[in-house]
Design a protein. Structure first.
Length: 175
C-alpha cells in the first residue's frame, strides 16, 4: 500500500484539539468553501482555512517539533457527495496527514485509482480513526455516505515518500 497511503499507529493531536476542530467545523459548516476543479466545477471537496488555525498553541508546538513546514486546514464532505477523481495541485501540496474527526463510525474511505478511466481502486479505510499520510499525486476520490465527513489536514509541499521516510525514521516530528 506504500505508494498510495501510510497509516500511522498513533494520534498526533490531542483529543482536546480534535474536539476543538470538530466544534469549529460544525459551528462554521456553512462557511466552508467549495473547491473548484480545473474545469471550473465544484469537485466535491469543501475546505475551511484560517490563519488562526496555524497559531493555536498545540498546533504551534507540533509545527515547532516538525522538521518540515506544513499548513493546517479543515476539510468537509457533504452528505452523499462524490468527489471527482483528481490529483492535488503539486504547487500547493503533494502529500498530507489526514486526521479524521467525524463521523466517529462509518467514516467514508479515500479511494485511489491507477488511471482516470480505470474503475479499480485501492481503499484507504480509517477504521481506527487514526491519522494517515496520503499520496496526493495519485488519483483519488471519496464517495461519501449520508454523514457530514470532517477531517483536519496537515499539508506538505514535499512528496509522499519524503514524508513517510522521515516519519518512519522518527525525523518528521522531533520531540
Ligand atoms: Fe485531493
Amino acid at each position: 500500500m506504500l505508494p498510495y497511503f501510510y497509516k500511522l499507529d498513533t494520534k498526533i493531536i490531542s483529543t482536546n484539539l480534535e474536539t476543538l476542530f470538530t466544534r469549529i467545523a460544525l459551528d462554521h459548516i456553512d462557511k466552508f468553501t467549495e473547491h473548484i476543479d480545473d474545469n471550473g466545477n465544484p469537485d466535491g471537496n469543501s475546505y475551511l482555512y484560517h490563519d488562526d488555525f496555524q497559531t493555536i498553541p498545540e498546533i504551534k508546538e507540533i509545527k515547532k517539533n516538525c522538521s518540515l513546514d506544513f499548513y493546517v486546514l479543515l476539510y468537509m464532505h457533504k452528505p452523499n457527495v462524490t468527489v471527482v477523481k483528481h490529483r492535488d495541485n503539486p504547487k500547493y501540496r503533494k502529500s498530507n496527514i489526514i486526521h479524521p474527526l467525524m463521523p466517529q463510525k462509518d467514516y467514508s474511505p479515500t479511494l485511489f485509482f491507477k488511471t482516470f478511466y480505470d474503475n479499480d481502486f485501492v481503499t484507504c479505510n480509517y477504521e481506527n480513526m487514526l491519522p494517515v499520510i496520503l499520496n496526493l499525486s495519485h488519483l483519488h476520490s471519496v464517495q461519501n455516505n449520508s454523514h457530514y465527513r470532517i477531517n483536519l489536514q496537515f499539508s506538505f509541499k514535499e512528496d509522499f515518500e519524503t514524508i513517510v521516510d522521515l516519519y518512519k525514521n522518527k525525523k518528521l516530528f522531533i520531540q
